[in-house]
Design a protein around this ligand. Structure first.
Ligand SMILES: Cc1cc2nc3c(=O)[nH]c(=O)nc-3n(C[C@H](O)[C@H](O)[C@H](O)COP(=O)(O)OP(=O)(O)OC[C@H]3O[C@@H](n4cnc5c(N)ncnc54)[C@H](O)[C@@H]3O)c2cc1C
Length: 384
């Protein structure tokens, strides 16, 4: 099912599709072989204007709206998840929060470098005792002469081991906690007392690494506080809608690629003298995929349209994130089934997609948390 887009959006999609197929796809297997993203990939994305797309032009960004940005994510996610992660990290919470709320010094120091892909940022909220329940964080920042003293432990922080700066969420007022007692600090790599204590590999591609980071009497100057004390959660909330819709569109792109590969394989693979595509068992899987991808796209595009029009979509972005992340799990599972043994072989894209898409149901607010938020909107209550 074709979704009609205005000509300018269609052009952005077409260009991103061409770029993905010709320029990015050859790097996908290189990223898997090396277990990291070569610098040339970041340079390629920068040279083609795909970094910092959501940031204003004064910061060297593309000044792009949510819809064109989402279409680029959808196209890139047809190839390798790392491409979407690079793009979102240069257009996501860290650079946007600093651009919006940073002092002129903080903006000069970080934003342009992040937008150009020369400076890597990470966002550190999750702790061993606080994941979905982010308000339970314990990392503490205490006011001292000339700055703040940080103590605490964060884990599962994407790319923190290579980050030049980490935006760290810490409790500054234990009485208020999540209600105005959490602040955001910009902590530079190499700050005494700040250590990377573990690097975790996940079920997904080896290039995706999460880090545990520790702060032990880590002093940061007053100039490291982002915005005012107590505003930390507000900054994180501002990026929630974009983050969830970014996951949703990434899931749609990945699902579409899996569906195309499944159809192709089903047409050319013969068993018992006939192509798989002629078997009802296989056709039904493909039909279910088609319906679910179309439904995901309709829901997500409409929600993005409303967000861009300034409408309050309530828990709409949660619906998109929930539906799309669960949908892509089903589509890629069917893709493995349709490909048989081939779908399980390392180095074949279907196998990698199967592992990579599992992240989507946990990161950026797990499925259960999205359901909780949707139900709250429906019932007006706060649940258990
Ligand atoms: C690939 C990846 C990248 C990440 N990157 C970052 C990052 O850069 N920065 C960062 O700060 N964090 C990051 N995270 C951490 C992520 O935000 C957390 O893993 C996520 O919020 C879930 O927290 P948790 O792992 O502690 O699980 P828990 O909160 O312990 O939840 C475990 C399970 O219980 C469910 N659950 C929790 N509470 C309820 C409830 N009330 N009712 C019903 N079910 C419930 C959850 O949905 C989940 O299924 C990343 C995670 C992943 C997987």
């Amino acid at each position: 099912m074709e979704f009609e887009l205005p000509p300018e959006l269609e052009e952005i999609r077409r260009t991103a599709r061409r770029f993905t197929e010709r320029e990015l796809e050859p790097w996908a297997s290189v990223i898997d072989e090396r277990g990291e993203v070569p610098d040339e990939v970041v340079e390629l994305l920068a040279a083609n204007g795909y970094l910092g797309m959501r940031l204003d032009e004064e910061f060297g960004g593309g000044g792009l709206g949510l819809f064109p940005f989402s279409l680029v994510l959808e196209e890139f996610s047809r190839s390798h998840r790392m491409f979407t992660l690079i793009v979102t990290s240069t257009s996501g919470l860290c650079p946007i929060a600093i651009a919006r709320h940073g002092t002129p010094e903080q903006r000069d120091r970080y934003v342009r470098g992040m937008v150009q892909g020369k400076l890597k940022g990470a966002f550190a909220l999750t702790e061993p005792g606080a994941g979905s329940d982010a308000g339970a964080i314990k990392t503490r920042a205490q006011k001292v002469e000339g700055g703040w003293m940080l103590n605490g432990l964060k884990h599962y922080i994407s790319g923190a081991h290579v980050a030049d700066v980490v935006m760290v969420m810490a409790v500054t007022d234990p009485e208020k906690r999540a209600r105005g007692g959490v602040s955001a600090f910009l902590v530079d790599k190499g700050t005494p007392g700040f250590k990377v204590t573990r690097i975790d590999q996940t079920i997904g591609s080896d290039a995706i690494k999460l880090a545990e980071i520790a702060f032990e009497d880590c002093f940061v100057p007053d100039g490291a506080l982002l915005g005012k004390a107590g505003e930390g959660f507000k900054f994180a909330m501002e990026s929630l809608t974009d983050g969830r819709l970014g996951v949703a569109t990434s899931c749609i792109g990945a699902a579409e690629r899996m569906q195309e590969m499944s159809i192709e394989h089903a047409k050319q693979r013969n068993t018992f003298g006939k192509p798989l595509a002629s078997r009802q068992a296989i056709q039904w899987m493909l039909a279910d995929n088609a319906v679910e991808i179309a439904a995901a796209r309709a829901l997500t595009y409409e929600t993005i349209r409303q967000v861009e029009a300034g409408k309050n979509v309530g828990s709409g972005s949660s619906m998109c994130k929930l539906y799309c992340s669960e949908m892509v799990g089903r589509v890629v599972d069917r893709a493995v089934q349709i490909h048989g043994g081939m779908g399980l072989i390392r180095g074949f894209p279907v196998e990698r997609f199967y592992r990579d898409v599992r992240h989507y149901r946990v990161g950026e607010g797990a499925s259960e948390i999205q359901r909780m938020l949707i139900a709250r909107t429906l019932t007006g209550g706060r649940g258990e």
